[in-house]
Design a protein around this ligand. Structure first.
Ligand SMILES: Nc1nc(=O)c2c([nH]1)NC[C@@H]1CN(c3ccc(C(=O)N[C@@H](CCC(=O)O)C(=O)O)cc3)CN21
Ligand SMILES: CC(C)C(=O)C(=O)O
Ligand SMILES: [Mg+2]
Length: 262
């Protein structure tokens, strides 16, 4: 998938699949799959580093993981997530951080919220950086929201999100992520916009879906309502680890074929 496909797929009604990806080995596997595009999400601070929110994600983390994904998934469109406050200082500082992600191998960047980011979004788009918006539940605001709750439940909130989404489009965003909203809002927003809306917990009527890879593989402890697990990797891996441990202790590993003859 390339940048121009986003609008084309929207126009032809072809749905867009996106997964988060944080490392080289899963990037190589997903590169060989039919999944359309990848997000090096700031959720990596939680999934890969064990932090309890995305607030502690750093540019260093995002840069290193984007580099690894980019080496593994050379055929995929890669979006890099701007970590908390990395785009909230001066324009110069924000540009510096965007450049770090682009140099690390991102083809586009994503940032949470439109309000307060208008000038930056416009400047990036004019500078040749595709920008993906992110509305609805914005996890970097967990400390002001008081938890990961469904957003846009009343009409006033829904109207506000719709307004922000239209503004994102106007400022030149090529797509937006819409997280954790009622499916009716997912549908109406997708219909209202010309750019594709990639949903996560926004119902089936959006223009595409994104999930955290570890959630869909079944290795995450917490399961939000929107998560569908496509395999039980937790169980598969535990079995493999226990089998190895057993074989070692029973001297069943290594056998002659796995040893060097004299
Ligand atoms: N592994 C992982 N997957 C994610 O999807 C994800 C992260 N981490 N980290 C950053 C954010 C946090 N996200 C979350 C986390 C929890 C819920 C959740 O459990 N929501 C409630 C909603 C309850 C309500 O308001 O009704 C749920 O029951 O689904 C949603 C999104 C999405 N993002
Ligand atoms: C959940 C997706 C949209 C995200 O922003 C992330 O993984 O950081
Ligand atoms: Mg994110």
């Amino acid at each position: 998938m390339k940048i121009t496909d986003f609008i084309e797929y929207k126009q032809t009604g072809r749905k867009i699949s996106m997964l988060t990806c944080y490392d080289f080995w899963t990037a190589k596997i997903v590169d060989n799959s039919s999944v359309d595009c990848l997000l090096v999400g700031d959720s990596l601070s939680m999934v890969m580093h064990g932090h309890d929110s995305t607030v502690t994600a750093t540019m260093e983390m995002m840069e290193l993981h984007t580099q690894a994904v980019s080496r593994g998934a050379s055929s995929k469109f890669i979006v890099g997530d701007m970590p908390f406050l990395s785009n909230r200082g001066s324009l110069d500082k924000s540009l510096d951080n965007v450049l770090r992600l682009m140099r690390a191998g991102a083809h586009a960047i994503k940032l949470e919220g439109v309000k307060g980011n208008e000038a930056l979004i416009q400047h990036l788009v004019e500078s040749g950086v595709p920008v993906m918006g992110h509305l609805g539940l914005m996890p970097q605001s967990v400390n002001t929201l008081g938890g990961y709750k469904v957003q846009g439940k009343n009409q006033q909130q829904a109207d506000q999100i719709t307004e922000q989404a239209l503004l994102a489009q106007e400022l030149g965003c090529f797509s937006i992520v819409l997280e954790c909203v009622p499916e009716t809002l997912g549908k109406s927003l997708s219909q209202a916009l010309q750019i594709p809306v990639i949903g996560i917990g926004a119902g089936v009527e959006t223009d595409g879906q994104v999930l955290v890879m570890q959630d869909m593989l079944g290795t995450s402890e917490h399961k939000a309502r929107f998560v569908r697990t496509y395999c039980n990797l937790q169980e598969t891996l535990t079995q493999a680890f226990d089998q190895f441990d057993n074989d070692v202790k029973a001297q069943q590993y290594p056998n002659a074929d796995e040893s060097y003859p004299s």
